[in-house]
Design a binder for this molecule. Structure first.
Ligand SMILES: [Zn+2]
Length: 245
């Protein structure tokens, strides 16, 4: 599978207390098994399709514009690649807590919203579905895209792993042109949330691939949270294997 990433994501940055070494841990686990493609920064026009000018100025003021626009660009590449074959964006900072005019939780630009809205503006999709399986509710994505008739968003909220998988399977559409996964791995058994196993991520990948095949659409995933570096890499690999399924 093609994995969009960039060496700039390895650099530590201010305002990111939880993330040092995460990307390295994932690369260690997946190298040799995927094809890495360099991320290209998003155009400001693509960012402004989802964010206000004052938020873009705020991100510039935090000296995070270059890295955040590179992450958003990586998400766009994964989404466009995803139309042809499953694709993963190994990017940071994450994005699902970024709303049009504000952001928190290590997020700056909403990578998923920027990617999905670009597919729509360029008439590459009619319907989109976003599965956000991060432990935390993707408030920014819902704020930006929640009222758009072309996109449905599902944030599973379940503490029993079997019911969790069952609900995901039930919610996955059979008519979406693209399924985007906001892939945060902080709900793993050995991470903050403590619910899902590594095999569960593989199963979610399989279910998403199956649903996208059924609809003749595509699928992609982008990294959000996930903080136990001992298991993060294997969880990303499991999702990738499921999506390749
Ligand atoms: Zn999270």
């Amino acid at each position: 599978m093609k994995v969009i990433s960039h060496k700039a994501f390895l650099e530590p940055y201010r305002l990111d207390s939880a993330a040092g070494g995460r990307i390295e841990a994932v690369i260690e686990a997946i190298k040799g098994r995927v094809e890495f493609i360099d991320a290209i920064p998003a155009d400001e026009e693509d960012i402004l399709a989802c964010h206000t000018g004052s938020h873009v100025d705020y991100v510039r003021g935090q000296k995070m514009y270059d890295l955040a626009s590179l992450a958003a660009g990586g998400a766009i590449q994964a989404a466009f690649n995803g139309l042809e074959e499953p694709c993963f964006a190994l990017i940071r900072p994450p994005g699902h807590h970024a709303s049009a005019d504000t952001s928190w939780g290590f997020c700056f630009f909403n990578n998923m919203a920027i990617a999905i809205s670009k597919l729509k503006r360029e008439n590459r999709i009619k319907k989109a579905f976003i599965l956000d399986f991060d432990l935390h509710f993707g408030d920014g994505t819902v704020e930006i895209l929640g009222n758009s008739s072309y996109v449905a968003i599902y944030n599973p909220d379940e503490y029993d792993p079997n019911r969790y998988l069952k609900h995901v399977e039930e919610m996955l559409p059979d008519d979406a042109d693209i399924i985007g996964i906001s892939a945060g791995f902080d709900n793993h058994k050995e991470d903050w949330g403590g619910v899902l196993s590594t095999d569960d991520y593989r199963e979610i990948g399989r279910m998403v691939r199956k649903a996208s095949r059924k609809s003749g659409g595509g699928c992609f995933a982008i990294l959000e949270g996930g903080y136990n570096q001992r298991v993060l890499g294997q969880n990303v690999m499991a999702l990738i294997e499921g999506l390749e399924g």
